[in-house]
Write a protein that binds this ligand. Structure first.
Ligand code: SF4
Length: 337
């Protein structure tokens, strides 16, 4: 079934529902393809005996499964479209992840990017939506005289070569063996995460627009470190901190929150532990004593939404800089293993 610029195999969903005899399904889609929800619902309800409920809440990744809604509704199955599973996550009810595959011009994109690559050995990384095109992308690199390397993941990563905004282990695992990285996909966060994690040159190419970015990342890295250092400096004056734990199953890091709290207390700060589903600027409404927040949830929040918060919002790594355990020169994105 076509969902805009993406395809997904609806047979996987229909067959699983029929096979298990499910009668009640909660369907979750990322915002980018939510407008096609009715197509999916009609297909499933026509071909199976199941009734489908669509989740209207945002869905950012496989980390974000609406367990509370599923339990309250008493559904038999959650179907999440658009993401590969996070293998080390376990759920108390069946959850079926069905990836969507882009019909972008990945091969052409690689051809366009080769002029910008440094050296011969290239680490190739991409996101779930383009992972099915890895064989053609590696072939294209070989045909242009490069030696592509696709790294292995860990328990958070479903496929070789896949990167998440919170985990670029597939880049780290080949970093010592490559001269540069090529990221094929959309957006800047993933290639920036690779650049911070590996300190290697990163070229990013968008398989829909064929735009190639390279030097922009060095400029953006420097700008981002300066901006984040500004927040850390502001946080030095804060006396009261709120450390946020998310209840989203793949973002829940209580142990990390405890570590952060201990570091802050040792540094003379007062700390409250806070819990939220989504970490949004409104979380602090009515809790105005907190002068600085630390989010242990999705690392992207501190970068994408920082300016919308009334107080500085730090990552766990930035707390280590604040308390003097790390240097801003060694800046890293927060990683979830
Ligand atoms: S924690 Fe954030 S970056 Fe990681 S999978 Fe979830 S939404 Fe994506």
């Amino acid at each position: 079934m076509r969902l805009g610029s993406y395809f997904f195999d609806e047979r996987v969903v229909v067959d699983e529902i029929k096979k298990q005899g499910y009668k009640s399904v909660l369907l979750q889609l990322p915002d980018g393809i939510k407008r096609y929800a009715s197509l999916v619902v009609d297909k499933v309800e026509t071909e199976t005996d199941a009734r489908v409920t669509v989740s209207l809440d945002p869905c950012y990744g496989a980390c974000d499964v609406p367990l509370w809604a599923a339990k309250t509704l008493g559904v038999d199955l959650v179907v999440q479209l658009g993401h590969l599973p996070i293998p080390n996550l376990r759920f108390p009810l069946p959850v079926l992840f069905v990836n969507v595959s882009s019909d972008g011009r990945e091969e052409e994109a690689v051809k366009k990017a080769v002029k910008s690559l440094d050296g011969k050995r290239v680490g190739l990384v991409t996101t779930a939506q383009h992972i099915h095109k890895l064989p053609v992308m590696t072939r294209e690199l070989r045909e242009n005289g490069f030696e592509p390397m696709v790294g292995k993941g860990d328990g958070r990563i479903a496929e070789d070569g896949q990167v998440l905004g919170c985990n670029v282990i597939t880049a780290n695992s080949v970093s010592d063996m490559v001269d540069c990285f090529l990221f094929v996909g959309t957006g800047r966060f993933h290639p920036l995460a690779v650049a911070f994690a590996t300190d290697k040159p990163v070229v990013a190419v968008n398989p829909f627009t064929l735009e190639v970015l390279k030097d922009e990342f060095q400029v953006e890295k420097n700008r981002l470190v300066r901006r984040r250092y500004g927040f850390i400096t502001l946080a030095e004056d804060a006396e009261v901190f709120g450390v946020i734990v998310s209840v989203k199953p793949g973002q829940m890091r209580l142990r990390k929150a405890l570590e952060v709290e201990e570091k802050l207390r040792k540094h003379g700060k007062r700390v409250y532990r806070l819990v939220a589903d989504s970490v949004e600027p409104s979380v602090l409404k009515g809790f105005s004593d907190v002068q600085c927040l630390v989010s242990t949830a999705c690392p992207r929040i501190a970068f994408d939404d920082a300016s919308r918060f009334d107080v500085p919002l730090l990552t766990p790594f930035e707390v280590e800089v604040l308390v003097g355990e790390k240097s801003i020169e060694d800046y890293r994105f927060d990683i979830i293993p």
